[in-house]
Design a protein around this ligand. Sequence first.
Ligand SMILES: C[S@@+](CC[C@H](N)C(=O)[O-])C[C@H]1O[C@@H](n2cnc3c(N)ncnc32)[C@H](O)[C@@H]1O
Length: 256
Amino acid sequence: MKSTLSFSRGLQKFPLIGALFAQIISLIFIKIFIQAFHYNLPIIEFAFIQAAGSAVITQTIFKLPKWFLYISILFPIFLIMGFHYFHISSWIYGFIFLFLALTFSHTLKERVPLYLTNKKTHDALKKILAENKAKTFVDLGSGLGGVVRAMSETKVTSVGVETAPLLWSISSLASFITFKGNILRQNIWNTKLDEYDVVYAFLSPAIMNKLYLKVKSEMKTGNLFVSNSFEVEGVEPSEIWQLDDDRQTMLYFYRI
Ligand SMILES: C[S@@+](CC[C@H](N)C(=O)[O-])C[C@H]1O[C@@H](n2cnc3c(N)ncnc32)[C@H](O)[C@@H]1O
């Protein structure tokens, strides 16, 4: 019982491992089925059954976050079809792996996927900066740097910190070329927050409590922490905005 509990906690911490296990388990079941019934499974059926099996396992048994549903469906279909129909050479797989590793390095470690702040949220953030007469702004985990560049249009000193190598390279180049903002190759946890009037994060529920402890201990009294979509558990936000964009973005404000 205890070991089952710690296994499931481990999977919650490292969901990609869970997703991998789900693929393996699904594959084993399919193999047993084929051997037992001597069934000649066409490749397309195989790809779809593998996808369905692993998707069910990630959601019902391992209870991984929703977006693993899409990953577990798309991954086997693309991989199997790619190998079977397109004779993709192995260096392309190597390239894709490298691309994913350089882009999603935080997904495995901190369960922070890459999704980007939209234009309506940029506008709301600009309004927040103006209302607070902010002079300095930081986006913790700045992705492709869109928020940083948009905020720099308001004349605040706009900074982003990002450690995923490819994202940092693209966004710092974009900032350099457009003269908008500045992206540091820096980990959130090593970023001093006392110099920023407004700190923005669009990360993951998994790290909100740890992040809030950092925010509370480093930001100056009266300054503002804004979290896109994810609340800090057990802490009442000073204000909440719901935007009228497609995803009904929620912005949670914490006045320090
Ligand atoms: C959900 S995306 C948000 C991107 C951007 N802030 C936006 O809203 O458009 C989160 C980003 O945080 C980055 N990230 C996650 N953990 C990080 C860490 N410890 N240090 C630096 N960046 C991190 C990820 O690489 C990813 O680009």
